[in-house]
Design a protein. Sequence first.
Length: 131
Amino acid sequence: IHITNGEDIAYFAKILFSAKGCFLPVPVAVITRHSGGQHRDIEKITRQGVDLISTIFDDPYYGGALEYLRRDFSSDRYLSLFRSLYLYGDAQVGIKYYLMALTLKPKKVLKFGYLTKFIRAYLQSILKGAN
């Protein structure tokens, strides 16, 4: 199976939802990192945006059983998008995703790594606006 950036989450969500699981002491899956690092492909990440949220939570297969996880998952997805955009250098768009994450789960402000990146991005946007 060839799974691209983000699709692995939707794929494994369906597998883990549909069957009982158990712990195995040795790995049974291999993670392959492609050259160029698809996790750094900002065009793909931006294009994919938040579609993963609806792909999982609006799928009729689950019948709403995962709905209680939507806010946490969405907030984490927004933080991930923020970080990717920040690292790529598009802090303005990233700030929007950070604030969306906090709107859903205000406690996420306690994630220090994201908070420091947000403060830097916010200060950069203010300094750019002043010029």
